[in-house]
Design a binder for this molecule. Sequence first.
Ligand code: 4NP
Length: 158
Amino acid sequence: MKVVFVCLGNICRSPAAEGVFLDLLVKKNLTDHYVVDSAGTGSWHVGELPDARMREHAKKRGIDLKSRSRQFKPEDFDLFDYIVVMDKSNYQNVTALTKKDENIEKVVEMASYAKSHDENEVPDPYYGGDQGFEKVLDMVTEGCEELLSELEQKRNQR
Ligand code: 4NP
C-alpha cells in the first residue's frame, strides 16, 4: 500500500503526517506493507528539512521528522494508491494535474479522518504560533490512526 501526504510547502503539515504515520506503522509492526512519502504542491522549499518549529513540536511527541521537501508531480498518481491532502486548496491543486477519474478517486482529505475535530481542513500553521503546530499534530495523529485502520481493512481484502 503506497501513501503520499500532500500540503502546500511540504515543510509543516505533510511531513508531520508522514512522520506520525511511519511511527504508527513501526508501533504496529506494519512497515513492510507500506511505502510512505510526502510532497508539496508548491516548490519554494524543495530540498529543505521540515520547518524547525514543526520538528520541535513533533519531537516532544517522540517523532523525528527527517524528510526533505519535494514537489508533487503528475507521475505520483501512478506511484501511489492514496494521496492524502491537508486542505481544500491542496485538493484543487492536486486534482488539477489529472483528468482521469481513477486518479481523482485516490485523493482523500486528512480532515475527514480526524473526526473529533470540527475543522474540515488541517489548518496551515506556517504564519501562526505554537498552538497551530499542536493542532496539526492532534489532527494528523487522529487522522492517521483512522486512515491506517481503513487501509488495513483494504489490504486484508486483497
Ligand atoms: P505546509 O506549510 O503547507 O504545511 O508545509 C507552509 C509552508 C510554507 C509556506 C506555506 C505553508 N510558504 O508560504 O512558504
